[in-house]
Design a binder for this molecule. Sequence first.
Ligand SMILES: *Cc1c(COP(=O)(O)O)cnc(C)c1O
Length: 400
Amino acid sequence: MPKNYFKSYPNEKGFYESYGGAFIPPVLEKEMEKITEAYFSISKSHNFISELRSIRKHYQGRPTPVYFCNRLSNKYGGRIYLKREDLNHTGAHKLNHCMGEALLAKHLGKKKLIAETGAGQHGVALATAAAYFGLECEIHMGEVDMAKEHPNVVRMEILGAKVIPVSEGLKTLKEAVDSAFNAYLEDPVSSLYCIGSVVGPHPFPMMVRDFQRVVGIEAKEQFFEMTGELPDKVVACVGGGSNAMGIFSAFLEDDECEIYGVEPSGRSLDPGEHAATMTLGKPGVIHGFKCYLLQDENGDPAPVYSVASGLDYPGVGPEHSMLKDLKKVQYDTINDKEAIDAFYELSRLEGIIPALESAHAVAYAIKLAQQNPQKSIFVNLSGRGDKDIDYVVDTYGLPE
Ligand SMILES: *Cc1c(COP(=O)(O)O)cnc(C)c1O
């Protein structure tokens, strides 16, 4: 890794080696340039930094704790630690970038925030940020996800957001992004598109990563304070990759830490049954940026599936795509069944109900612990599982 990692990536055009960039129509290109410029000048200002710091502390409840899983570690070996992003206000890491994006919108004089949502977590986080800043909020969501994640739809509406159902295609995250993008194109002057992960055209992958870096900065310091060491292994689930970039970013320059990104292999590795982008994808363009992409015969984004709505996206952040090629991060998969088992294990051994997305990272940590009984394993627990409880119990039942 170059010593100056964050100065080197992305480059001026938003590329992480060959990935990223901005493959978008000229009108939008102008808007993205304006956002990039504003981001560089505003986000470095004393006002912006101190306002965001204050919000994180007094409103979000940061720093979130780091927790050692005593019973889980005793059962499986290793020493498993969690960074508790489930305790961040709204129950997931997503508020970290939403408050940053909304604060930027406020500084830009925008009136409205527009976004897509998969599991509903990004929508709830953004609706929360919009309420905090007194901005309008419009959330596009696939109809399949709306049915599956109904409580989050209600939450967004209570928070004052307008939820737009998307009925195209598979009616999940990819179609919701298309729909939100089109809505933003209609009114780029008074609205800001707030993407939900480290994806999309430059500068979004960089902005979202930078707003999520707080997770890694806190986590590294807290882990060191608890143990006097760096973790041997760092694990996070990867949908678009924002919670993973948040924690990974603090350890990229530490060659002794092994870093693992976990993708969903869903029901199987057959086409349409998973969202294992890194494992089976090839470089391609989706939503205005280049990345590893699951593609059909025509090179279009392929249908994807995971039990965790937040992970079923056929693309992945450009920075992850680069980190895979550089072999700095190892990407591997966990299937639905393993994730469900881990969901119940963490609930019953530690009293923590994880989001199904985060359960993928926990399942992988359990595997690593069994193979490496002497090692410390640090998991980013990206969110809590309250949103998933009805679906899990109705579909899989309770364990013995
Ligand atoms: C949205 C979500 C994810 C996936 O998004 P990333 O950008 O990959 O982090 C993971 N966990 C939870 C709890 C989520 O809500």
